[in-house]
Design a protein around this ligand. Structure first.
Ligand code: DLL
Length: 433
């Protein structure tokens, strides 16, 4: 039987939810207008004031916020509360440009942890469980968010943080961890290492995994599930909005329920900004409706997905988003063709490879080149050139039909691609170096 952390809100009727969203949105807009001069200026420039926002139907009137705004307003420009009322910051890894720093009051943290607790319960978690949190702790939101959620559910929480793989495995086996929280690429690596150490799926006490923070394919889910003998659940979120738990998968595993009592989602055309109808793919935009320290109205995530309000058999009524295909800024444009790393991953895993690959993009004689380096599994490892060439050809053909583009494929020896303990770095775009 499906269990919920907060059934009254997770299964609220659409009418109840709209009523709640209307009330909260109006308050949030007023809060921002009164306390966040940066955004107020944007509203004034667009000729909108809180009087123009009477319900969620007026959301489209508000200006967008982008990551560039966050960088421009760094560090304090978007705060909704005085520093004295804030108790924590978290921050993004800041690989491109300035870091984003998000602020939290006590209430913000409480709500964030509740969102994570909903995800853990949806994955089958109870106070009987031992939940190993192998996301990084520190500025990254993965560790702190799921740690808080695990406490709220009452699981015995093992805060291993990421890395030190053999120690992770020791805790899983000795303390009989039943839930594992980490990035999908780290889960795949843990699985690979456990197999090497002689542990099969039946020896491993884990029953569920809560994996997110990066795009991963259905094929990768099946691989991880098989190796670890678990059900693998997706979880989504971003630092700007709190962290993990903005949305999460239920037992039906057909999209992630967005915590709509805290975040209103829209899908827009990334080029024109126009709001798109339900079921259309586009960029995900979020409006927080009850944040105190770091309220964000119409924040453009750059994540590409679709939304559905189709009834979910799990009983939750919150809108679902599909797995993000990738970020619009991770999307590679190769000879004019849009390519997402997740599409390449699907081809590799469908052909029996593990998710150990790297995508190398370059420009040679003014033409873009795409080379996919993929590890052979130990079972397929050979130095027979003919066999390797035949294998490469299968992948080149598979990529051609998936992407409509000729890529080259290089098969490399098992274990030659560096494993990731957090978010995997899949793409090396030499055109940008
Ligand atoms: O990755 C928060 C998080 C931690 C989510 C742990 C889930 C689990 P950031 O580092 O700010 O926050 O990165 C946010 O990561 O905009 C997406 O592009 C990507 N992302 C997050 N979850 C998923 C997912 C955390 N389940 C950015 N699938 C987001 C695909 C994801 N992409």
């Amino acid at each position: 039987m499906e269990r919920y952390f907060q059934p009254e809100i997770e299964c609220a009727s659409r009418e109840e939810m709209i009523k709640l969203q209307n009330e909260r949105l109006l308050k949030q807009v007023q809060h921002v207008w009164d306390n966040v001069p940066y955004y107020r200026k944007k509203m004034e420039a667009k000729g909108v004031s809180p009087d123009d926002i009477k319900s969620i139907d007026d959301l489209y009137k508000l200006p967008f916020l982008s990551k560039d705004d966050l960088r421009e307003a760094y560090p304090y420009g978007l705060m909704g509360k005085p520093l004295k009322e804030c108790v924590r910051i978290q921050s993004t890894s800041g690989t491109t440009g300035k870091r984003v720093v998000a602020f939290y009051t006590h209430k913000d943290i409480d709500i964030w942890e509740e969102c994570c607790a909903r995800a853990i319960v949806a994955a089958g978690g109870t106070d009987e469980d031992v939940c190993q949190v192998s996301y990084g702790y520190g500025l990254f939101t993965g560790g702190p968010g799921l740690n808080g959620g695990s406490h709220k559910v009452g699981c015995l929480t093992i805060p291993t943080s990421s890395g030190n793989t053999d120690r992770q495995i020791m805790f899983i086996m000795d303390l009989k961890s039943t839930i594992l929280c980490c990035t999908p690429s780290y889960a795949a690596y843990l699985g690979e290492r456990m197999k090497e150490l002689g542990y099969g799926p039946d020896d491993i006490p884990l029953k569920a995994g809560i994996f997110g923070a990066e795009a991963w394919s259905e094929e990768m889910r099946r691989d991880i599930e098989k190796t670890l003998g678990i059900r693998a659940f997706d979880i989504y979120g971003l630092t700007e909005l709190s962290g993990p738990g903005v949305s999460f998968e239920c037992s039906d595993q057909k999209g992630m329920h967005i915590n709509e009592d805290h975040f209103i989602a829209e899908i827009i055309d990334p080029e024109t900004g126009e709001v798109l109808p339900e079921g259309t793919q586009g960029e995900l935009v979020f409006t927080s409706i009850d944040k105190e320290a770091f309220p964000l109205l119409r924040y453009r995530t750059r994540d590409i997905c679709t939304l559905t309000r189709e009834k979910c058999p799990c009983g939750r009524t919150h809108v679902r988003m599909t797995k993000p295909k990738g970020r619009s800024d991770d999307m590679l444009i190769i000879r004019g063709v849009n390519v997402f790393p997740s599409q390449i991953e699907t081809v590799l895993l469908n052909n029996g490879y593990a998710a150990n690959y790297q995508i190398i993009v370059d420009r040679v004689n003014n033409t873009d080149t795409l080379d996919v380096q993929v590890e052979m599994t130990p079972e397929m490892f050979t130095d027979n050139v003919g066999e390797i060439q035949a294998r490469q050809k299968v992948l080149v053909d598979g990529l051609k039909s998936m992407l409509g583009l000729k890529a080259s494929v290089t098969l490399v020896a098992p274990k030659s691609i560096v494993r990731s303990e957090g978010k995997a770095v899949r793409v090396i775009d030499k055109r940008k170096i």
